[in-house]
Design a protein around this ligand. Structure first.
Ligand code: ZN
Length: 204
């Protein structure tokens, strides 16, 4: 079981149409939300965002008191660079992604060691669930903690506003699929951790 989960970095978008901003050009650097899931014998970090090793280590330490060596596994939701830029800081951990995403990352040559395909139920009763739309192979994680179903969505949900509007982002691959994925998550999630925002409780 996941005993606790902690948001390590709270992400933001380079441009946010729900803040009145145009999709045309970036206004600031994007940062993805990363989350640490902790249980018996594992510490699983989802979507490590920071390429700078010092910055990555500092964010982890600031939010959890842990050093990178304490992370046992890293899970990457999809093949966009801002969601795996920090992999290199966790060389001692298992690098995991859904098999299709792992194949993508391994073929890209951007990961310094092989990313392993992970599907179904991971140790800690963490489910890898397909959440296509943002990318064709996007996968999220879902688990129960303290009696609530938590979905670490990655970019299947960009921010709370994109969830409320059932919208993909300007760079999403398939908008109908992105909307259908959010609809599907709305039936299961008590808490959503989006790809570029703080976690939130879906409206009833
Ligand atoms: Zn993305």
């Amino acid at each position: 079981m996941v005993r606790r989960w902690d948001v390590v970095t709270i992400g933001n978008l380079s441009r946010n149409r729900y803040w009145g901003e145009s999709d045309e050009k970036p206004l600031r650097p994007a940062l993805c939300t990363s989350t640490l899931l902790t249980g018996e014998g594992f510490r699983l970090l989802v979507d490590p965002p920071l390429a700078d090793a010092e910055a990555m280590a500092f964010e982890l330490f600031r939010r959890t008191g842990l050093r990178p060596g304490a992370v046992t596994a890293v899970f990457v939701t999809h093949g966009h660079g801002d969601h795996f830029a920090g992999l290199g800081s966790f060389s001692g951990a298992d690098w995991l992604a859904a098999p299709e995403v792992a194949a993508e990352l391994n073929a890209s040559g951007k990961a310094a060691k092989p990313v392993q395909g992970a599907s179904g139920r991971l140790p800690g009763a963490i489910d890898v669930i397909p959440t296509p739309g943002h990318t064709a192979n996007h996968h999220s994680l879902a688990f129960d903690c303290d009696g609530r179903r938590v979905v670490v969505a990655g970019d299947a949900v960009m921010t709370r506003d994109f969830w409320d509007h059932r919208q993909g982002y300007f760079n999403s691959a398939d908008f109908d699929q992105a909307a259908a994925t959010i609809d599907r998550l709305a039936h299961v999630a008590d808490i959503v951790v989006p790809g570029h925002d703080n976690y939130f409780l879906p409206r009833a």
